[in-house]
Write a protein that binds this ligand. Structure first.
Ligand SMILES: [Zn+2]
Length: 322
């Protein structure tokens, strides 16, 4: 992901300075209403193909460059980010034990028939599950069940661009593998492909498409268990969607944030037992670090976007046993 933003930064360095009044089509005075349609999140491969065509891209690029030429390197305090990294490490722990021991009293329960999960020694019921970190079958305490399902929720397969060809992904996958020593999955190939399209979407002024691509990149980070990074990109998507990122080089479309984004954010926050009000630091860090529209007067500033997020976020019940 960092490469994209480096590319953008390099691009910015080389572009001439233009002055732009504003990217905002119609500033939103009041909060967007619930009846605004959710912004479309999923894209199909046809939309990526548009980016390969030349036609009107030159005009779009001129327009788009006006927004993107001012990103400057700035020191940002990374404390909030590091705190979240620590939390994710803390909560994405391997639960249970694979040695067939009772998770309560440590008594050997290997001899229990596989349909029984009550310890003969302490009479506690436990659960037989598979854990995501190593795929091992383990015994866990019943009160660890919620955390385990959130762990699974956060490593589930990433969303893919609609109608993307599996043959094409397989070709990219093999290419990746022939260049590296690692094992690559089709999801890695998908990620690689999207990384190439993200700057294209941005530079051609298709900000909504760009936003969707950031979502898919975040999906891969999540799947890759880079939860803090994923969270920051989901926040960035939230900010862009709330601001009504549009495909015609403007902001301020009357749309609301796609529910999938808040769903992803809340799965991550619930896993680490965090609330929206704990996220001020990381939310602001996420946007400041990634935004390429920092000098634009978007309908919602970063702090307004955060406020909106807090006011519209549905808190879940705290995790059992915490
Ligand atoms: Zn026991």
């Amino acid at each position: 992901m960092r490469n994209i933003f480096n590319k953008i930064r390099n691009f910015n360095k080389s572009s001439k300075t233009n002055t732009v009044s504003t990217a905002v089509k119609t500033p939103i005075e009041t909060s967007p209403k619930d009846d605004f349609p959710p912004i479309k999140l999923f894209i199909s491969v046809d939309q990526l193909n548009i980016l390969d065509k030349k036609d009107d891209t030159e005009d779009r690029e001129i327009e788009s460059k006006k927004f993107l030429n001012k990103k400057k390197f700035k020191y940002l305090d990374k404390d909030a980010y590091s705190d979240f990294e620590y939390e994710f490490e803390e909560f994405f722990i391997k639960l249970g034990n694979a040695e067939g021991k009772c998770p309560y009293c440590n008594k050997d329960c290997k001899e229990l028939p596989s349909n029984k999960s009550k310890c003969l020694s302490c009479s506690q019921e436990f659960l037989r599950v598979k854990r995501p970190q190593d795929g091992k079958d383990v015994f866990i305490k019943t009160e660890e069940k919620d955390l385990l399902s959130l762990q699974w929720e956060n490593v589930k397969d990433p969303d893919l661009v609609e109608r993307i060809s599996t043959e094409e992904l397989e070709v990219v996958r093999q290419e990746l593998e022939s260049h590296g020593r690692e094992k690559y999955t089709v999801y890695d190939a998908h990620f690689d492909l999207l990384k190439k399209y993200t700057p294209k979407a941005l530079l051609s002024g298709r900000f909504r498409l760009y936003t969707s691509l950031i979502y898919y990149l975040a999906e891969h980070d999540r799947y890759d268990r880079k939860f803090t990074k994923a969270l920051t990109y989901y926040f960035y998507v939230y900010y862009l969607q709330l601001n009504g990122a549009s495909n015609s080089v403007v902001f301020g479309d009357k749309v609301r944030v796609n529910p999938r984004i808040t769903e992803r954010i809340s799965s991550l926050l619930n896993m680490i037992d965090s609330r929206a009000t704990d996220c001020k630091g990381i939310f602001e860090y996420a946007i400041r670090k990634t935004t390429v529209f920092e000098n634009e007067n978007l309908p919602y500033s970063i702090s307004q976007a955060y406020e909106y997020f807090v006011n519209n976020y549905l808190e879940k019940e705290p995790l059992q046993g915490s």
